[in-house]
Design a protein around this ligand. Structure first.
Ligand SMILES: Nc1ncnc2c1ncn2[C@@H]1O[C@H](COP(=O)(O)OP(=O)(O)OP(=O)(O)O)[C@@H](O)[C@H]1O
Ligand SMILES: [Mg+2]
Length: 308
């Protein structure tokens, strides 16, 4: 659906994107994550055929950004990080304008506009002036506009930036819905947790370099050498702590009420052995949980702050 091949973008000798390659399948939701100045917007603008690559190429639905921008614009919707304000235009008129620009046939326009207004929860605002909408509504309107020609691929550059917590959650729900509609979504953000529950693939970019790319679970697994576990027990906390501290691949044993937390570097077999030992020693184990590594800490681990 999206294929980036050895893509490089130079701005007057400055390498903003460096030899990037990745590929996404239909239905993938891809989180493109990186700090300020990493090269996210530059990459997305190249995919949206608004910037030319210096070297390499990128393909959307098999069309090259180098020589098939017209076709790409038919199958792709691009939501920029900043978009212009339109004075004296109503929500409805704004969408109608884009519907005609995208050549949605006249007789279908009304239904299409109603659909995207409902999807983005703006139907009640259809007769409001665009510049009177709140920031979150404008953001959703921009997404409504991007959906008007029913593109298969969506390129969204920080769609949730500047939104309050509620609006962020609503935006996330909307993105999830787009994914369930079968669209391939390429979304950038520097807030990792924002994407973690809806993307299946992530790429981490810093200083123009793609540092990691793949399935979310795979990347998390690769990077979490140390796992953190919590064991719930009913008795003998000090004894349990003592036992755990003797194990060579365990560190930082802490007791909090009836929970013992520790860092673990062993295998699953060794973990099973460990629980067996506790039980044999008469400790009443009622639960074991692994604390999932969050994307935030993975991000900090991969990016060493090259930019700053
Ligand atoms: N038109 C331009 N001319 C020169 N340099 C540019 C231009 N646009 C971007 N850059 C530089 O390219 C690098 C990547 O910028 P880009 O906007 O792609 O980053 P980004 O990852 O989108 O950052 P942010 O999270 O702040 O939006 C930055 O160092 C930026 O200064
Ligand atoms: Mg950007």
């Amino acid at each position: 659906m999206i294929e980036i091949k050895n893509l490089t973008k130079m701005y007057n000798g400055f390498r903003a994107v460096n030899d990037m390659s990745l590929s996404l399948q239909p239905g993938d939701a891809f989180g493109f994550i990186g700090p300020n100045g990493a090269g996210k917007t530059t990459t997305i603008k190249i995919l949206a055929t608004l910037l030319e690559p210096t070297e390499g190429d990128a393909f959307i639905c098999g069309y090259s950004v180098r020589n098939n921008s017209r076709k790409i614009r038919e199958v792709m919707g691009y939501m920029p990080d900043f978009f212009g304000i339109y004075d004296q235009v109503k929500t409805w008129e704004y969408l109608n304008f884009f519907a005609s620009a995208y050549k949605v046939p006249g007789h279908r326009r009304k239904a299409v506009i109603t659909d995207v207004l409902e999807l983005t929860d703006l139907y009640n605002k259809r007769n409001d002036y665009v510049d009177n909408l709140s920031r979150g509504m404008k953001q959703r309107l921009c997404l409504a506009r991007v959906l008007i020609h029913d593109p298969q691929v969506l390129l969204l550059d920080e769609p949730a930036s500047g939104l309050d917590p509620r609006a962020r959650i609503e935006m996330r729900a909307l993105l999830k819905e787009l994914r369930t509609m079968g669209k391939t979504v390429f979304v950038s953000s520097h807030i990792l947790t924002e994407l973690s529950d809806f993307v299946n693939k992530i790429g981490i970019i810093e200083a123009g370099q793609l540092l990691a790319f793949g399935e979310v679970d795979m990347i998390l697994k690769q990077l979490t050498v140390t796992r953190i576990f919590k064991i719930n027990i009913l008795n003998a906390y000090d004894r349990a702590k003592e036992l755990l501290e003797k194990v060579s691949h365990i560190n930082r044993v802490e007791v909090k009420e009836n929970i013992i937390q520790f860092e673990f570097r062993g295998t699953d077999e060794e973990l099973a052995e460990l629980i067996k030992t506790l039980v044999i020693e008469g400790i009443k184990v009622v639960g074991l949980q692994e604390q999932k590594a969050d994307l935030e800490s993975v991000f900090m681990k991969i990016t060493q702050g090259v930019v700053s």
